[in-house]
Structures are given as C-alpha cells and as structure tokens.
Unconditional design. Structure first.
Length: 145
C-alpha cells in the first residue's frame, strides 16, 4: 500500500473514526442530554448530562495524551538529529528551542535544517506554522498518532 507523499498542504492528520464518528456522536449526545435536562430538570437528567461532559473530557484526553507523549519522542529524535547534522554550538541552541518549534522543524530536510534552525534562533519566525511554510524539501512524518 503506497502512501501519498506528505507536504505542508496535506500533513495534518484527521483520524476518521475519532474526528468524524466519535466526536460528532459525543457532541450530539451532550446537546441532547442538555436539552433533556432543560425539558425535565431532575436528578436523572442532570446525572446524564454530567456523564456526557465526562465522556467528552475523556475523548479529548484519549487524543491529546498520546500526542503529548509523541511530541516528547519527536523532541528526543530531533535532538539526536541536531547532534548529527549541526555544529556542536548550534545543536545545543537548537535543542533548547521551544517544543513547538522542534516539532515543526522535524519536517525540514537534512540539507535545509541548519539554515532553518538559524532563522528560528534569530526569531525570523513567530509561529511554528511559518517554519513549516518555509520548508522547501518536506520530510514527511508518516507515524503521527
């Protein structure tokens, strides 16, 4: 099975079962239970609404926590990459960048990484999305959760 070549335009991952099935079901359930509580204010409907809120919080945590763990792994991988590709002093500075910039720089090819790191350190980019847009030779991340 061949994967589509990843670019800035298509690198965002939307997981169909989560984003387009579970999410809408949980939000519809929340609105329905809120409506039912409005119609019939009693303990049973309040408890159902509380459970609906808890399910949404749980779904968000189920999505966010693995992404945070993966960001930690990306940070480690990129620091090792910096040691391999950058001069020692630049590698140290790059390893101390905010996590959001390290995560964005992972898409840069080995050839353009030194220049982009210097630009990030010089504060040429205010947001990680600007770093991603500046990348000429995209290095895909096909393992994102």
């Amino acid at each position: 099975m061949s994967q589509e070549i990843q670019t800035y335009a298509n690198h965002v991952r939307r997981h169909v079962p989560f984003h387009f099935v579970l999410g809408p079901i949980l939000w519809l359930h929340l609105f329905y239970t809120a409506y039912r509580l409005y119609q019939t204010p009693d303990f049973a409907h309040a408890e159902t609404l509380l459970l609906a809120c808890g399910l949404i919080v749980m779904a968000v945590l189920v999505r966010v926590n693995p992404l945070r763990a993966q960001d930690r792994v990306i940070r480690l991988e990129e620091r090792l990459r910096y040691q391999r590709l950058l001069p020692a002093d630049l590698a140290v500075q790059a390893g101390q960048l905010p996590e959001r910039f390290i995560v964005a720089l992972r898409f840069a090819s080995d050839e353009e990484l030194p220049q982009l790191v210097q630009q990030v350190l010089a504060r040429k980019f205010e947001k990680p999305v600007e770093v991603k847009q500046a990348i000429q030779n995209w290095r895909g991340d096909y393992f994102r959760v």
